[in-house]
Design a protein. Structure first.
Lengths: 106, 220
Protein backbone atom coordinates (compact mmCIF):
# COMPACT_ATOMS: atom_id res chain seq x y z
CA UNK A 1 0.00 0.00 0.00
CA UNK A 2 1.34 3.44 -0.92
CA UNK A 3 1.13 6.22 1.67
CA UNK A 4 1.22 9.40 -0.39
CA UNK A 5 0.65 11.77 2.56
CA UNK A 6 3.77 10.52 4.40
CA UNK A 7 6.17 11.05 1.51
CA UNK A 8 4.81 14.50 0.76
CA UNK A 9 5.52 15.73 4.32
CA UNK A 10 8.76 13.91 5.15
CA UNK A 11 10.76 14.79 2.06
CA UNK A 12 10.43 18.58 2.41
CA UNK A 13 11.12 18.18 6.13
CA UNK A 14 14.36 16.31 5.41
CA UNK A 15 15.31 19.02 2.92
CA UNK A 16 14.67 21.77 5.50
CA UNK A 17 16.70 19.92 8.15
CA UNK A 18 19.55 19.33 5.71
CA UNK A 19 19.63 22.99 4.68
CA UNK A 20 19.49 24.05 8.35
CA UNK A 21 22.42 21.76 9.24
CA UNK A 22 24.46 23.16 6.36
CA UNK A 23 23.67 26.76 7.31
CA UNK A 24 24.45 26.21 11.01
CA UNK A 25 27.72 24.40 10.30
CA UNK A 26 28.76 27.12 7.84
CA UNK A 27 27.85 29.85 10.37
CA UNK A 28 29.76 28.16 13.18
CA UNK A 29 32.84 27.84 10.97
CA UNK A 30 32.60 31.51 10.08
CA UNK A 31 32.32 32.47 13.74
CA UNK A 32 35.24 30.24 14.71
CA UNK A 33 37.48 31.94 12.17
CA UNK A 34 40.00 30.29 9.91
CA UNK A 35 41.53 27.02 11.04
CA UNK A 36 45.00 27.67 12.52
CA UNK A 37 47.78 26.24 10.43
CA UNK A 38 51.08 25.02 11.75
CA UNK A 39 52.82 27.80 9.87
CA UNK A 40 50.76 30.45 11.63
CA UNK A 41 51.94 32.08 14.86
CA UNK A 42 50.95 30.10 17.94
CA UNK A 43 50.60 31.34 21.52
CA UNK A 44 53.93 31.50 23.31
CA UNK A 45 54.83 28.32 25.13
CA UNK A 46 54.68 28.79 28.91
CA UNK A 47 57.99 27.84 30.51
CA UNK A 48 57.21 28.72 34.12
CA UNK A 49 54.12 29.13 36.30
CA UNK A 50 54.09 32.42 38.28
CA UNK A 51 51.92 32.65 41.41
CA UNK A 52 49.59 35.67 41.34
CA UNK A 53 51.20 37.12 44.48
CA UNK A 54 54.43 37.59 42.52
CA UNK A 55 52.82 39.99 40.05
CA UNK A 56 53.51 43.76 40.44
CA UNK A 57 51.43 45.11 43.39
CA UNK A 58 49.01 47.15 41.28
CA UNK A 59 48.13 44.13 39.11
CA UNK A 60 47.27 42.08 42.19
CA UNK A 61 44.86 44.73 43.48
CA UNK A 62 41.20 43.99 42.88
CA UNK A 63 39.49 46.99 41.24
CA UNK A 64 35.97 46.42 42.55
CA UNK A 65 36.54 47.42 46.23
CA UNK A 66 38.26 50.64 45.10
CA UNK A 67 35.40 51.45 42.72
CA UNK A 68 32.66 50.63 45.23
CA UNK A 69 34.56 52.55 47.91
CA UNK A 70 34.76 55.63 45.69
CA UNK A 71 31.06 55.56 44.82
CA UNK A 72 29.96 54.85 48.38
CA UNK A 73 32.12 57.69 49.72
CA UNK A 74 30.71 60.18 47.19
CA UNK A 75 27.08 59.25 47.84
CA UNK A 76 27.50 59.17 51.63
CA UNK A 77 29.20 62.56 51.73
CA UNK A 78 26.74 64.25 49.38
CA UNK A 79 23.57 63.03 50.99
CA UNK A 80 25.09 63.31 54.49
CA UNK A 81 25.82 66.97 53.80
CA UNK A 82 22.29 67.45 52.44
CA UNK A 83 20.86 65.91 55.62
CA UNK A 84 23.03 68.06 57.92
CA UNK A 85 22.19 71.32 56.13
CA UNK A 86 18.46 70.46 56.02
CA UNK A 87 18.50 69.79 59.76
CA UNK A 88 20.34 73.02 60.42
CA UNK A 89 17.77 74.95 58.39
CA UNK A 90 14.90 73.33 60.30
CA UNK A 91 16.47 74.21 63.68
CA UNK A 92 17.15 77.83 62.68
CA UNK A 93 13.70 78.19 61.14
CA UNK A 94 12.09 76.92 64.35
CA UNK A 95 14.11 79.36 66.43
CA UNK A 96 13.22 82.28 64.16
CA UNK A 97 9.51 81.36 64.36
CA UNK A 98 9.69 81.06 68.15
CA UNK A 99 11.39 84.46 68.51
CA UNK A 100 8.90 86.03 66.10
CA UNK A 101 6.03 84.71 68.21
CA UNK A 102 7.67 85.95 71.44
CA UNK A 103 8.27 89.45 70.09
CA UNK A 104 4.68 89.69 68.85
CA UNK A 105 3.38 88.71 72.31
CA UNK A 106 5.47 91.35 74.06
CA UNK B 1 12.14 76.86 50.81
CA UNK B 2 10.20 77.17 47.51
CA UNK B 3 7.59 74.54 46.70
CA UNK B 4 9.62 73.03 43.88
CA UNK B 5 12.59 72.31 46.15
CA UNK B 6 11.51 68.96 47.63
CA UNK B 7 10.43 67.46 44.26
CA UNK B 8 13.72 68.72 42.80
CA UNK B 9 15.71 66.98 45.57
CA UNK B 10 13.72 63.81 44.88
CA UNK B 11 14.43 64.07 41.15
CA UNK B 12 18.12 64.56 41.92
CA UNK B 13 18.06 61.48 44.16
CA UNK B 14 16.55 59.50 41.28
CA UNK B 15 19.34 60.70 38.96
CA UNK B 16 21.97 59.54 41.44
CA UNK B 17 20.17 56.21 41.96
CA UNK B 18 20.08 55.63 38.18
CA UNK B 19 23.69 56.73 37.56
CA UNK B 20 25.36 53.41 38.59
CA UNK B 21 23.22 51.58 36.03
CA UNK B 22 24.13 54.09 33.31
CA UNK B 23 27.81 53.75 34.26
CA UNK B 24 27.59 49.95 34.31
CA UNK B 25 26.56 50.04 30.63
CA UNK B 26 29.65 52.04 29.66
CA UNK B 27 32.42 49.92 28.14
CA UNK B 28 35.61 49.13 30.05
CA UNK B 29 38.60 51.28 29.19
CA UNK B 30 41.20 49.15 27.39
CA UNK B 31 44.20 49.65 29.70
CA UNK B 32 42.66 50.42 33.11
CA UNK B 33 39.60 48.17 33.00
CA UNK B 34 36.98 48.35 35.75
CA UNK B 35 38.72 50.90 37.98
CA UNK B 36 38.52 53.55 35.22
CA UNK B 37 34.79 53.79 36.03
CA UNK B 38 35.73 55.90 39.06
CA UNK B 39 36.14 58.59 36.38
CA UNK B 40 32.34 59.02 36.05
CA UNK B 41 32.13 60.39 39.62
CA UNK B 42 35.67 61.78 39.92
CA UNK B 43 35.54 64.15 36.96
CA UNK B 44 32.09 65.66 37.71
CA UNK B 45 33.22 66.19 41.33
CA UNK B 46 36.31 67.98 40.05
CA UNK B 47 34.34 70.17 37.65
CA UNK B 48 31.84 71.13 40.34
CA UNK B 49 34.77 71.86 42.69
CA UNK B 50 36.32 74.22 40.12
CA UNK B 51 32.95 75.82 39.29
CA UNK B 52 32.22 76.39 42.98
CA UNK B 53 35.66 78.04 43.41
CA UNK B 54 34.89 80.38 40.50
CA UNK B 55 31.37 81.17 41.83
CA UNK B 56 32.88 81.88 45.25
CA UNK B 57 35.46 84.22 43.70
CA UNK B 58 32.92 86.12 41.57
CA UNK B 59 30.46 86.49 44.45
CA UNK B 60 33.29 87.66 46.72
CA UNK B 61 34.42 90.22 44.16
CA UNK B 62 30.85 91.52 43.90
CA UNK B 63 30.60 91.62 47.69
CA UNK B 64 33.82 93.62 47.93
CA UNK B 65 32.59 95.98 45.22
CA UNK B 66 29.03 96.52 46.45
CA UNK B 67 29.01 95.44 50.10
CA UNK B 68 25.76 93.57 49.44
CA UNK B 69 25.38 90.75 51.99
CA UNK B 70 23.49 88.62 49.43
CA UNK B 71 26.74 88.15 47.47
CA UNK B 72 28.56 87.28 50.67
CA UNK B 73 26.04 84.54 51.43
CA UNK B 74 26.42 83.16 47.90
CA UNK B 75 30.21 83.14 48.32
CA UNK B 76 29.94 81.33 51.64
CA UNK B 77 27.66 78.66 50.15
CA UNK B 78 29.97 78.25 47.14
CA UNK B 79 33.01 77.88 49.42
CA UNK B 80 31.28 75.02 51.23
CA UNK B 81 30.53 73.42 47.85
CA UNK B 82 34.21 73.80 46.90
CA UNK B 83 35.29 72.09 50.12
CA UNK B 84 32.75 69.28 49.75
CA UNK B 85 33.30 68.51 46.07
CA UNK B 86 37.04 69.12 46.38
CA UNK B 87 37.14 66.46 49.09
CA UNK B 88 35.26 64.05 46.81
CA UNK B 89 37.77 64.74 44.03
CA UNK B 90 40.79 64.29 46.29
CA UNK B 91 39.47 61.02 47.72
CA UNK B 92 38.16 59.37 44.53
CA UNK B 93 41.34 60.31 42.62
CA UNK B 94 43.69 58.28 44.85
CA UNK B 95 41.27 55.32 44.86
CA UNK B 96 41.53 55.31 41.06
CA UNK B 97 45.30 56.01 41.04
CA UNK B 98 46.11 53.16 43.44
CA UNK B 99 45.08 50.64 40.80
CA UNK B 100 45.90 52.59 37.64
CA UNK B 101 49.28 54.04 38.65
CA UNK B 102 50.23 51.78 41.57
CA UNK B 103 50.34 54.75 43.98
CA UNK B 104 47.82 56.58 46.11
CA UNK B 105 49.29 60.03 45.56
CA UNK B 106 51.73 61.72 43.22
CA UNK B 107 52.94 65.28 43.76
CA UNK B 108 52.37 66.38 40.18
CA UNK B 109 51.07 69.78 39.07
CA UNK B 110 47.39 68.83 38.68
CA UNK B 111 47.00 67.05 41.99
CA UNK B 112 49.09 69.53 43.98
CA UNK B 113 47.31 72.58 42.55
CA UNK B 114 43.95 70.92 43.26
CA UNK B 115 45.03 70.34 46.86
CA UNK B 116 46.08 74.01 47.13
CA UNK B 117 42.68 75.11 45.72
CA UNK B 118 40.89 72.91 48.23
CA UNK B 119 42.97 74.28 51.11
CA UNK B 120 42.16 77.85 50.03
CA UNK B 121 38.44 76.99 50.20
CA UNK B 122 39.00 75.48 53.67
CA UNK B 123 40.93 78.59 54.74
CA UNK B 124 38.00 80.73 53.58
CA UNK B 125 35.59 78.79 55.80
CA UNK B 126 37.96 78.75 58.79
CA UNK B 127 38.45 82.50 58.45
CA UNK B 128 34.69 83.03 58.32
CA UNK B 129 34.18 80.82 61.36
CA UNK B 130 36.94 82.09 63.64
CA UNK B 131 38.06 85.39 62.11
CA UNK B 132 35.70 87.59 64.12
CA UNK B 133 34.02 90.81 62.90
CA UNK B 134 35.16 91.94 59.46
CA UNK B 135 36.47 88.51 58.52
CA UNK B 136 34.03 88.30 55.60
CA UNK B 137 36.06 90.90 53.69
CA UNK B 138 39.36 89.15 54.40
CA UNK B 139 37.77 85.87 53.35
CA UNK B 140 36.48 87.50 50.15
CA UNK B 141 40.04 88.47 49.30
CA UNK B 142 41.17 84.91 49.88
CA UNK B 143 38.38 83.65 47.60
CA UNK B 144 39.85 85.72 44.76
CA UNK B 145 43.10 83.73 45.09
CA UNK B 146 41.07 80.53 45.09
CA UNK B 147 39.45 81.59 41.81
CA UNK B 148 42.81 82.62 40.29
CA UNK B 149 44.11 79.10 41.02
CA UNK B 150 41.39 77.45 38.88
CA UNK B 151 42.96 78.08 35.42
CA UNK B 152 46.28 76.71 36.73
CA UNK B 153 44.53 73.52 37.85
CA UNK B 154 42.90 73.16 34.44
CA UNK B 155 45.95 73.74 32.26
CA UNK B 156 48.43 72.01 34.60
CA UNK B 157 48.20 68.72 32.68
CA UNK B 158 49.04 70.50 29.44
CA UNK B 159 52.08 72.52 30.54
CA UNK B 160 53.69 70.25 33.15
CA UNK B 161 54.82 66.67 32.79
CA UNK B 162 52.33 64.38 34.52
CA UNK B 163 50.71 60.98 34.22
CA UNK B 164 47.29 62.44 35.00
CA UNK B 165 44.99 62.04 31.93
CA UNK B 166 45.06 65.07 29.62
CA UNK B 167 42.18 67.52 29.04
CA UNK B 168 41.82 66.10 25.52
CA UNK B 169 40.34 62.87 26.92
CA UNK B 170 36.82 64.24 27.40
CA UNK B 171 36.20 65.74 23.92
CA UNK B 172 37.47 62.52 22.32
CA UNK B 173 35.25 60.16 24.32
CA UNK B 174 33.03 57.87 22.24
CA UNK B 175 29.28 58.22 22.82
CA UNK B 176 29.17 55.03 24.91
CA UNK B 177 31.52 56.66 27.45
CA UNK B 178 30.52 60.27 26.86
CA UNK B 179 26.83 59.76 27.64
CA UNK B 180 27.38 58.33 31.16
CA UNK B 181 29.84 61.15 31.84
CA UNK B 182 27.36 63.83 30.74
CA UNK B 183 24.61 62.13 32.76
CA UNK B 184 26.76 62.22 35.90
CA UNK B 185 27.91 65.76 35.18
CA UNK B 186 24.29 66.94 34.90
CA UNK B 187 23.41 65.11 38.15
CA UNK B 188 26.34 66.66 40.02
CA UNK B 189 25.62 70.19 38.76
CA UNK B 190 21.93 69.78 39.61
CA UNK B 191 22.85 68.68 43.14
CA UNK B 192 25.33 71.55 43.48
CA UNK B 193 22.60 74.02 42.51
CA UNK B 194 20.17 72.56 45.06
CA UNK B 195 22.75 72.42 47.85
CA UNK B 196 23.76 76.02 47.12
CA UNK B 197 20.13 77.08 47.29
CA UNK B 198 19.71 75.29 50.62
CA UNK B 199 22.94 76.67 52.08
CA UNK B 200 22.09 80.24 51.02
CA UNK B 201 18.70 79.84 52.70
CA UNK B 202 20.41 78.70 55.92
CA UNK B 203 22.66 81.79 55.77
CA UNK B 204 19.64 84.05 55.20
CA UNK B 205 17.77 82.59 58.15
CA UNK B 206 20.90 82.83 60.30
CA UNK B 207 21.21 86.53 59.39
CA UNK B 208 17.54 87.02 60.26
CA UNK B 209 18.07 85.27 63.60
CA UNK B 210 21.10 87.44 64.37
CA UNK B 211 19.09 90.56 63.52
CA UNK B 212 16.29 89.51 65.91
CA UNK B 213 18.75 88.85 68.75
CA UNK B 214 20.44 92.19 68.08
CA UNK B 215 17.14 94.08 68.22
CA UNK B 216 16.23 92.26 71.46
CA UNK B 217 19.57 93.28 73.00
CA UNK B 218 19.03 96.90 71.96
CA UNK B 219 15.54 96.89 73.48
CA UNK B 220 16.88 95.43 76.72
Amino acid sequence: MRITGRTSVVRPLFRVIAVAVLVVSGFSRTMAGPTPLLAQEQPKQQEVFTPIDQLPPQEQLPAAPLLVGAYAFVLLMLFGYLFIVSRRLTVIQQEVDRLDRDTKRT
Amino acid sequence: MPKWFNPAILACGVLFAVSPFVIANAPYESTMGLVQKVFYYHMPSAWVFLTASVVCGIASARFLATGNARHDRTALAAAEMAVLFGLLTLVTGPLWARKAWGQWWIWDARITSSLVGWMIAWAYLILRQYGGPGSEKLAAGLALFGMANVPFIYVSVTYWRTIHPATTVVPKLPFSMGFPLMFCLASFYFLMFLLMKLRVRVAEQQARLDAIYLSMDEEA
